[in-house]
Design a protein around this ligand. Structure first.
Ligand SMILES: Cc1cc2nc3c(=O)[nH]c(=O)nc-3n(C[C@H](O)[C@H](O)[C@H](O)COP(=O)(O)OP(=O)(O)OC[C@H]3O[C@@H](n4cnc5c(N)ncnc54)[C@H](O)[C@@H]3O)c2cc1C
Length: 473
């Protein structure tokens, strides 16, 4: 445990002097509690902050970081709190830096196909604003209606469309960052190419709020997609569905925008949650495949090829959704799986493993063997097109907490070792936070961790910015 100072009334007054009294929460247990957790289902990962500050400018954040270094008070950046690894949880108390007031889209630069945004903009709102300009931002996390772009950059969020467009980092060209010691620095900018120095923009991407606080983000954009369609491929077995994924892309010779996998339990949970009739009640698994292209004809050609491969791989039915209403209905089910499964039990672990796509069938076979061995309910869904699977490990209600607490770490360890043995790793997009920190040495070597420690110590000598996350300094 680091030697941080508990906050005093004097510190709270100083904080109020920086951001304004109305924008500080202090000694209000109910409001502080709201920033004690993210969406990680198990509340054992939660910790109470001592204060929450809602800054409006980079200058205010810089002043807070100077206060934090002078008084040795930990600071935890927070976006929408939709994270699934405890990244925004103030592990050592101190100040939560809530970035919700920094929510402006500052510029849509059509000529350069870029946008400059503040970190607290809700991800979905970026595309709403871009549509009239004929542009789009390809980030598509399933939480896009709530999460913030700043949180997406900090987690290097992936999502459904990463299979074609890649993850958040690919679209981040510039960042204004407040350093842990309170300087404001512009990294990168509107340049597509830049090798003048280390690539600090991409070092910041995915740093989970441990290396700097992003206050302005320059995003690269794409021309608005002209046509799209979704295929819903129904399978009698999980194995057939999963084996179809690499086949569709290689034999079909098409890279879809999304290939989402849903097993029967995940589908059922989401349909019940949304009061929808069960989608294809006999299905053991489904693939939701999105094709995007320059014209309706090109899209039709592509989904024909993919649909043929799905049928050849064992799909019993392939439905095409080529209008917005039907597509949205299917995607709504997919987007709500996570929420629906969270309601099954408070005692569950939400996993985010990733393997090379060709290894997905072996991964799923291994998961089923683990589920049998440990007697655990393990519904599974996720971004099969890029090898990133979300597995829920849910406690049997008949178990005691002691049995669960003993079994879960062992099952997780085996799951992560299985993933690593297939060339994968323990998180594809949800991050490490403090939830997975204990397992990082299973996949990163000591010299690798030492490089990360050197960077963290160099930038944050007092270890005040989001301490205790990702790895132990
Ligand atoms: C239903 C559901 C579906 C989801 N689906 C996906 C998905 O498909 N793909 C995916 O990748 N994730 C997904 N997530 C996880 C989550 O939405 C993402 O990790 C998201 O990027 C977090 O954004 P946030 O604004 O909520 O960040 P928070 O949870 O508030 O914070 C996340 C991390 O970012 C840091 N941070 C936040 N803002 C800043 C900033 N301005 N500067 C520096 N650090 C900052 C925090 O310190 C923390 O470490 C899902 C979550 C839910 C609940």
């Amino acid at each position: 445990m680091a030697n941080y100072n508990p906050m005093t009334s004097e510190d709270a007054r100083e904080l109020a002097g920086i951001v304004g009294e109305a924008h500080v929460v202090w000694r209000d247990a109910e409001k502080l509690e709201a920033c004690s957790h993210d969406e990680t289902p198990d509340r054992r990962w939660a910790r109470m902050p001592e204060a929450v500050a809602h800054p409006r400018t980079a200058g205010e954040i810089a002043a807070i970081m100077k206060l934090a270094n002078r008084r040795l008070i930990p600071v935890t950046p927070r976006g929408a709190g939709s994270g699934l690894s405890g990244g925004a949880v103030p592990l050592h108390g101190g100040i939560v830096l809530h970035l919700d007031r920094m929510d402006r889209i500052l510029e849509i630069d059509r000529e350069n196909m870029m946008a400059v945004v503040e970190p607290g903009v809700v991800t979905n709102e970026i595309n709403e604003a871009l549509r009239p300009a004929g542009l789009f931002y390809p980030g598509y996390p399933m939480s896009l209606e709530t999460c913030h772009i700043g949180g997406n950059v900090a987690e290097n969020a992936g999502g459904a469309k990463a299979v074609k467009y890649g993850v958040t980092g690919r679209y981040v060209l510039g960042l204004e960052v407040v350093t842990p010691t309170g300087d404001v620095v512009q990294l990168g900018g509107k340049r597509v190419k830049d090798v003048t120095g280390y690539d600090l923009v991409q070092l910041m991407v995915g740093s989970e709020g441990t290396l700097g606080i992003f206050t302005r983000i320059t995003l690269r954009l794409m021309p608005l997609v002209k046509a799209s369609a979704d295929l819903l491929c129904v399978f009698r077995s999980v194995g057939e569905a999963i084996r179809a994924v690499p086949r569709m892309m290689t034999q079909g010779a098409v890279i879809p925008a999304a290939v989402e996998f849903m097993d029967r339990d995940s589908l059922r949970a989401a349909c019940e949650y949304l009061n929808e009739p069960p989608a294809a009640p006999d299905a053991e698994a489904m693939l939701l495949v999105t094709v995007e292209g320059a014209s309706a004809e090109a899209v039709e050609r592509d989904y024909d090829a993919l649909g043929r491969e799905a049928l050849a791989a064992g799909a019993i039915e392939v439905f095409v959704a080529d209008n917005r209403t039907t597509s949205e209905r299917v995607w709504r089910i997919r987007r709500n799986i996570s929420e629906a499964l969270s309601l099954i039990s408070r005692n569950q672990s939400n996993e985010d493993i990733v393997v090379p796509i060709a290894a997905i069938p072996q991964l799923v076979d291994g998961l089923r063997a683990l589920s049998r061995k440990w007697g655990l309910f393990m519904p599974c869904f996720g971004h099969a097109g890029d090898g990133n699977m979300h597995v829920r490990i849910v406690m049997d209600p008949a178990w005691t907490m002691e049995r669960w607490n003993e079994t879960l770490p062992q099952a997780l360890r085996e799951l992560y070792l299985l993933t690593a043995s297939l060339g994968g790793t323990i998180s594809g997009e949800h991050g490490i936070g403090h939830k997975r920190k204990a397992y990082v040495p299973l996949v990163l070597s000591e010299p690798h961790l030492n490089m990360m420690r050197a960077i963290k110590r160099g930038l944050d000598p007092n270890n005040v910015l989001n301490p205790g996350k990702k790895f132990d300094v």
